[in-house]
Design a protein around this ligand. Sequence first.
Ligand code: PFF
Length: 452
Amino acid sequence: MPESRCLQGIWSSPWIFIFAAAGSAIGLGNIWKFPYMLGEHGGGAFLLIYCLCLVVVGLPMLMAEVALGRTVRSNPVDTVNDLAERRVVSKYWVVVPYVAGLTGLLILSFYSVIAGWAFAYSRRAVTGTLEQLNTVQSEALFQSFLNSPVEMLLWHSVFMGLVVIVVGQSVTRGLSNVVRILLPTLIFVLLLLAAYALVVGASADAIGFMFRLDWEQVTFDVALSAIGHALFSLGVGLGAMFSYGAYMSKRMSIAKACTIVVGLDLLVSILAALIIFPLTFEFGISADSGPSLPFVTLPIIFDLLPAGQAIGLVFFALLALAALTSAISMMELFVSWMHERFYIGRLKSAFLIGIGVWFCGIAIVLSFNHWDTKLLFDLNLFELVDNLTSLILLPMAAVALSVLVAWVIPEPMLKNEMIAKNPKHFRWWYTTLKYVSIPAAVLITVAGWIGV
Ligand code: PFF
């Protein structure tokens, strides 16, 4: 496909690509979801399997998605249509990018609600509501927040409005300015907080919990969650990285860039856990208390710090911004497709899609309070959408995109694309993708379908 199909321009420097991709990867999945999953799945075993999944499943799939994007320089929908028209792939493949795009929007419908929590907590830090809370009060505060749908809806709306505005700009322009400052600041604040939490909290218990391997905890269920979360955390499978790859300069090494992204993603997850668990153990909060864990634990550390409320404000605002840079990539697939295929303005496309996602978000908001009803498999709507997307739809889409790269696109074309100076590296990636990453992700998808 000709290079002229790239309508949005190229990232101005290699580091901007890395920041943008890391901006998509690093978000609520690292700071909110990873610690509570680690808590629910027993610590060390989950962490070990998770790291393994990042390297042998996530990294090869991430490279595949970026490589495909850079090869074709178009959006995923048009790319697959084009390959089908040229009879390189069967016409049924056309379903894949639509499923990927819809999965992104489904994730966005709950992601936006949780990002709204971060905004609400930033505001609470300003108004002093988070001051002098003990564990019971912090839990009660969070519960009362969950019981107020109007406030949740308000912040969900603010977040969706911001997503629409940023995605409405050219991605290479809007995003690069934000992530350049955001990511280093976020990592710096997390480092400070982790150091402080380790000093004031029960650090020995926390480190034991996080890094001690208890073989009894290594179960099939833990492995499935770890693969699912590795894909979610890297943001592969939704065509987002595909779109970012499409803006990537040909001179850049995909392997190097993606390895750095995976490293940064893991670093942020571990830092988040190092903040939360010393406090969890110190203050007797249950490690497996689920989605509320970070929001109950963090206000306690801010209260212990000098100028804690200001730090709390900075932290929750950074969390909301990190969520914003991830949310952008969930919407990007359809926005770039509507723009490139139908010449609808980016802002208008983003607005139309945003309205749909906003409505779905209302149902998610209600599932935390008035409509907290078990709908299926003993799960409420939020839990259902979360499980459906991260255990079934996202791995399915990631597998499909990877199969396209590993089994359908001719090997010489890829070899060229990966700029593998060392042919062994290319072989390593290609073989792992074909025979390890794809089968492992297929396993999790099938297990998800049959409800293991
Ligand atoms: N990786 C993001 C996180 O960990 O919060 C979530 C995400 C972003 C998932 C982009 C999927 C995606 F395409």
